[in-house]
Design a protein around this ligand. Structure first.
Ligand code: FE
Length: 208
């Protein structure tokens, strides 16, 4: 294999698309349910793995060190390993550095920890602007970073895929690992968002 980006595009992805078209044509499935399934894997199932790793890193300094040293092993330790091979690298956001991930050539993405790449991640607009104007891209997603924060853009490949370790938000002291994981979004682990502080919920006593 040439070790290039296209492997995932022309291989399984193309076959899945052809299969989907066939199934829809034969009336075996409707494309709406396929969209719903894809949405589930994009937003829910896949990214929950990454979110659990982030939450553990926020609460366990030793795990965080292992994650930053060797994210492939840190993911496998939690039972997350997949068929795509290659190395997973975690890049940490701090008060001085913000990381953004992209695949400029196609759509290389850390499937085992983030699931399926969202449509925008695969778009030419994102792939080109993430490099030429990363702050502009982040503004489009609603994230405006102070000028004194250094932005680092990481170009994924079949060999190396990245996950952003976002900053732990304020007002989360005392939250459990699973409560913290619920705050972590896919977009924050790609770097187009930050993890927001927990929503103010109605105190238990005040509930009906
Ligand atoms: Fe790629």
């Amino acid at each position: 294999m040439s070790g290039h980006h296209d492997a995932a595009e022309s291989g399984p992805a193309a076959r899945v698309k052809a299969l989907e078209e066939l199934l829809v044509k034969k009336g075996l499935v409707d494309s709406e349910s396929i969209d719903r399934l894809a949405d589930t894997y994009e937003r829910k199932v896949g990214p929950r793995n990454g979110a659990r790793m982030v939450a553990r890193a926020w609460t366990d300094a030793a795990y965080k060190k292992r994650l930053l040293d060797d994210a492939t092993a840190a993911a496998a330790e939690m039972g997350f390993s997949g068929p795509e091979g290659g190395h997973l690298v975690a890049v940490e956001n701090t008060d001085r550095v913000h990381n953004l991930i992209v695949c400029t050539l196609c759509s290389c993405y850390p499937w085992t920890v983030l699931g399926l790449p969202p449509v925008w991640y695969k778009s030419f607009a994102y792939r080109s602007r993430a490099v030429s104007d990363p702050r502009g891209v982040m503004r489009d997603f609603g994230l405006t970073l102070p000028d004194d924060i250094e932005v680092r853009v990481w170009d994924s490949s079949a060999e190396i895929r990245y996950i952003v370790l976002p900053k732990r938000p304020p007002d989360t002291e005392g939250m459990s690992e699973s409560e913290l994981a619920d705050l972590v979004t896919r977009d924050a682990m790609v770097g187009v968002a930050e993890v927001g502080a927990p929503a103010k919920t109605v105190p238990r006593k005040a509930r009906a």
